[in-house]
Design a binder for this molecule. Structure first.
Ligand code: 4AD
Ligand code: MG
Length: 463
C-alpha cells in the first residue's frame, strides 16, 4: 500500500497499472451494486480502497461474498485516479474471519485493546507506535554492528560477556541478589585499554565517532540496551515490570558531560522522529489529546532548564498546590511533583534536576563536596515526568568504601566493583533512558502499557 500511495502519478496512485496486494480487511461497505473494501497490508497507515463492481468488465467474483472485516485477502486490480484506490478484477480469500472479530470499524478504547494484545498490532494506533519505535531503534542501534571491526582488543570485554549474559538471564530478582552486579557498573572498566595509552580501543573509537556528532566533544562511551526486569511494585501509568533501558556509560566524564550527552541524545531522537516519522506523528497529533504543554519541537528548539534538587524543593514549596506526597527536603520526587515542575512551572520544557540527597540515591553515585548530596541527575519531560536518570559515579576508592560501610553493605560481595576503582579508576558517568517512556513522550499516549506489545506490570505477567 505504501508503494501504491507513493506511486508515480503525483500521489494519485498507479493509474491503469495492474497490481496485486495482500492484506487484511479493515472495513467493508456496500452501495447499490458496488462494494468498497479497505485493505491494510501493514506497510503504512493508509488503507487501500478496493472497489468491487460485479458488473464491471473482467470482474471475476471469486469468494467475495465470504469476505468479512478482519479477513486476509489477495486482491488483483488496476490503480484508479483516486488516491490509493484499486479497481478490483479478482479477490481471493486467504484466511476467513468470522463476525466475532473484536476489532470492528468503530473506534475501540485502548483499555479494551490491551485485553486483545495479540490483535492490536492490526490497529492504526498501535502500528503507528511500532513504526515509531523501529524508527528510533534503528537510528540508535545500528552503530553497535560489530561485524566489520577489528576485535583484537576485545578480550577483556568478551570475558565479561558471560557475566552480563548470566545477569540478563538470571531468574533471581535483581533486587534480591546480595550485590546487584548491574551491567552498567561493569561497563566502564570492561572496555580494554590499548598498550600504554588511555585510549579505550576499537569500541571507543566506534562510539566516540558517533558521540562526537552529538556532543561536540570526544566522549568515550558505550551503550547498552538492557532488558530490565524489576520487582518494584509500582502500579502506575509509567511503570512496567519489564522494560528496555538505553544505558550509555561515559569514561573521563563528569555530571555536566552526562547531562550534555543525555540532552543531545534526546534531541537527536526527537529530531529524527519529527523528520522521518511524519505520517505517524501526524496520526498522533490528530488522535492524541496532548495538551498545550506537550510540544515535541520544544525539545529541539529550546534550551533544557537545569535546577538543583534543593531549588526544585523550594519551587514546589512555593507552588500553590496540594500534593499527595508532602514536600520537604529529602523527599524522593514523585510523578506529581515532576509533572508540576516540567508542565506547570516551566510550561512544557524539559528540565534536568541535579544534586539529589545521597539518602535517596544509589551507593555508587559520586558524593558532592557538601557531604549531603550526590552528583545525580534526572531529566523530566511533560506527561512522563522522569525520562532519564543518571549520575557521575564514585571513582574514589576510599570514598566508595566509606559509603559501603555507612550503608552496611557487604564489601566482600562488591570485591569486583572495588577492584575496578583500585586499578586505573577514572572519572565516569552514565545514564539510563526508559525506552517505553521515550515512546510515551514522543507519541503522547498516556499509559505505558499501550506502547509495548505485551506489557508486563505487577500482577499481570501475561496478557
Ligand atoms: O532512574 P533509573 O532507575 O536508573 C537506573 O536504573 C540507572 N542504573 C541507570 C543508569 O544510570 N545507567 O531508571 C532509568 C530510567 C528512568 O528514568 C525511566 O525512564 C526508566 O529507566 N524506568 C522505567 N521505565 C518503565 N518502567 C519502570 N518500572 C522503570 N523504571 C525506570
Ligand atoms: Mg530514577
Amino acid at each position: 500500500v505504501a508503494e501504491v500511495k507513493g506511486g508515480a502519478d503525483e500521489g494519485l496512485g498507479r493509474v491503469g497499472q495492474s497490481l496485486s496486494v495482500m492484506g487484511w480487511v479493515r472495513t467493508l461497505r456496500s452501495q447499490s451494486s458496488v462494494t468498497f473494501i479497505e485493505i491494510n497490508d501493514g506497510s503504512c497507515l493508509s488503507n487501500l480502497q478496493c472497489v468491487m463492481n460485479p458488473n464491471a468488465e473482467g470482474y471475476d467474483q471469486v469468494e467475495a461474498g465470504s469476505v468479512l472485516t478482519g479477513a486476509s485477502v489477495s486482491v488483483q486490480g488496476t490503480g484508479t485516479k483516486q488516491k490509493v484506490e484499486l479497481k478490483v478484477h479478482k479477490i481471493i480469500l486467504v484466511g476467513k474471519c468470522d463476525s466475532s472479530y473484536p476489532i470492528q470499524k468503530k473506534r475501540v478504547s485502548r483499555e479494551f485493546l490491551r485485553t486483545k494484545a495479540h490483535l492490536r498490532p492490526r490497529t492504526n494506533s498501535f502500528s503507528a507506535v511500532m513504526w515509531l519505535e523501529l524508527g528510533i531503534l534503528w537510528r540508535m542501534l545500528h552503530t553497535s554492528s560489530f561485524k566489520k571491526v577489528d576485535l583484537s582488543g576485545w578480550q577483556a570485554l568478551l570475558s565479561l560477556r558471560p557475566i552480563v549474559k548470566a545477569l540478563e538471564n538470571s531468574s533471581v530478582s535483581p533486587l534480591s541478589s546480595p550485590a546487584p552486579m548491574r551491567p552498567q557498573i561493569l561497563l566502564i572498566d570492561a572496555i580494554p585499554k590499548t598498550k600504554g595509552g588511555t585510549s579505550l580501543g576499537v569500541l571507543d573509537r566506534l562510539w566516540a565517532t558517533q558521540w562526537r556528532n552529538l556532543c561536540n566533544r570526544s566522549l568515550r562511551c558505550k551503550t547498552l540496551l538492557s532488558r530490565v526486569v524489576t520487582s518494584e511494585n509500582s502500579n502506575t501509568s509509567r511503570h512496567l515490570a519489564e522494560f528496555w533501558m538505553i544505558e550509555p556509560e561515559l569514561a573521563f566524564a563528569d555530571l555536566d558531560d552526562d547531562m550534555a550527552c543525555a540532552t543531545a541524545y534526546l534531541q537527536y531522537v526527537v529530531k529524527y522522529v519529527l523528520d522521518n516519522c511524519k505520517e505517524d506523528m501526524e496520526f498522533f497529533d490528530t488522535w492524541i489529546e496532548k495538551g498545550i504543554t506537550h510540544r515535541l519541537s520544544d525539545v529541539v528548539e529550546k534550551e533544557f532548564l537545569q535546577l538543583s534538587y534543593t531549588d526544585a524543593i523550594e519551587l514546589l514549596l512555593k507552588a500553590n498546590k496540594e500534593f499527595e506526597f508532602p514536600v520537604k527536603w529529602g523527599l524522593d520526587l514523585q510523578s506529581e511533583h515532576e509533572r508540576y515542575i516540567t508542565e506547570e512551572a516551566f510550561e512544557g520544557r524539559p528540565v534536568i534536576i541535579r544534586d539529589y540527597p545521597k539518602e535517596i540515591k544509589a551507593f555508587y553515585m559520586r558524593e558532592n563536596d557538601d557531604g549531603k548530596t550526590v552528583a545525580a541527575m534526572d531529566m523530566l519531560v511533560p506527561r512522563v515526568g522522569e525520562l532519564i536518570g543518571g549520575s557521575q559515579r564514585e571513582e574514589r576508592l576510599e570514598v566508595l568504601e566509606a559509603r559501603l560501610d555507612e550503608l552496611k553493605l557487604d564489601k566482600e560481595s562488591y570485591w569486583w566493583y572495588l577492584d575496578l576503582r583500585r586499578y586505573g579508576s577514572v572519572p565516569h558517568a552514565g545514564f539510563g533512558l526508559g525506552f517505553e517512556r521515550l515512546v510515551q513522550f514522543a507519541t503522547g499516549i498516556d499509559n505505558i502499557r499501550d506502547v509495548i506489545p505485551f506489557p508486563r506490570s505487577p500482577g499481570s505477567a501475561d496478557f
